[in-house]
Structure formats: C-alpha cells, structure tokens
Design a protein around this ligand. Structure first.
Ligand code: AMP
Length: 171
C-alpha cells in the first residue's frame, strides 16, 4: 500500500498549528490511485451482503459512494446539521474545542439493514462514534467501519469497542 501513501500530500499546520493534515485530493486525482483506494476499501466486504454504505460528510461521500458502486449496494449520507431535508436523528460529539453534530435520515437504514460506514480518516474517533450511533438509531446493523487512513497515535479505535474497524493505511 506504499504506492497509495506516496500519493497522499502531508500539509503541516492545517487547519491550525500543530495538525499534520492528510490531504487525499492528490490521491483522488490519480486515476489508478483512486481505483486502488476504492478497491482496497471494498475488498474485505465483498460477499458480505452489505445493503448500504454510509458515508460521512464530506470526504466520506467521495470514498463511500465509490465503494457502494463497487460493492453493488446503496449509499446513505451522514451530514452536518440542518442539511438533510426529511426527519432526521442527530448525534453530538466533542471536539478539541467545543462540540459538533451529525445527522442521518430516520428511515435511512430501517429494517436491520447491513451497513458499512466509510470515512477518510480515523483520528480521535469522535466522528466515527457518532456515525455508528446514528446508524444504530436509524435501525441499521453495523457490519464494518472502514477508513482509508488511521492515525494510530490518537487511538480512535478505543472509541469503537466491539465494532469491526478496518483501515487501509496506518500512520
Ligand atoms: P476524529 O473525529 O477526530 O476521528 O476526526 C475525524 C474526521 O476529521 C474525519 O472526518 C477526517 O476527515 C478529519 N480529520 C481529522 N484529523 C485529520 C487529519 N490529520 N488529516 C485529515 N483529516 C483529518
């Protein structure tokens, strides 16, 4: 997977001092890199009968939608507050400073659908925790939580005990 790592741009001090930002736009714009990324994310779930890929706004939309077409299943967005038009569930989570929230349509995974949650980066895990809780509130069964990048030193996995977490690249 080193050829994928080589295509990710590292931007120091973005969006604020001390953060090393993993910029995947340089990977997405590379035809082979994008294809290999999507295939690597989807591979563990081939034959798992996933009903929906749930992608987290906004980079989770790019990867998640492509993974959904690869797996031959549907796609469900988890969005920032106030963006979804129909009745939604909301989950708040803590950031380094303050809180944020995410929403899912209440009927998005109804009937115990088999769900794969996809995002680009697992950092502290707060975002993914909120997404998993939303899927469960909406009636889904979480078969996997998949990331392109996992930042081991932030131990985000600890926020997802009992969930099947998979990451393509680890730092
Ligand atoms: P967290 O809730 O701390 O796990 O943060 C995860 C979310 O923040 C993901 O949706 C990422 O897109 C974004 N994120 C966090 N840290 C980084 C980073 N170092 N580089 C790029 N994106 C990041």
């Amino acid at each position: 997977m080193d050829h994928l790592k080589a295509k990710i741009r590292h931007v120091p001090d973005f969006p604020k001092p001390g953060i090393l930002f993993y910029d995947i736009t340089t990977l997405l714009s590379d035809q082979q890199g994008f294809r290999d990324t999507v295939d690597a994310l989807a591979a563990p779930y081939m034959g798992e009968d996933i009903d929906q890929v749930v992608g987290i706004e906004s980079r989770g939309f790019i990867l998640g939608a492509a993974v959904a077409t690869t797996l031959g299943c549907g796609f469900v967005p988890i969005r920032k507050p106030g963006k979804l038009p129909a009745a939604s569930f909301r989950e708040s989570y803590n950031l380094e400073y303050g809180t944020d929230a995410l929403e899912i349509h209440q009927d998005a995974c109804a009937g115990n659908q088999r769900i794969l949650v996809v995002d680009d980066v697992l950092a502290t895990g707060g975002t993914a925790r909120a997404a998993v809780d939303l899927v469960k509130k909406a009636g889904g069964k979480v078969l996997g939580v998949a990331f392109l990048i996992e930042l081991d030193f932030l131990n985000g996995r600890a926020k997802l005990p009992g969930e099947p977490v998979y990451s393509v690249l680890r730092y």
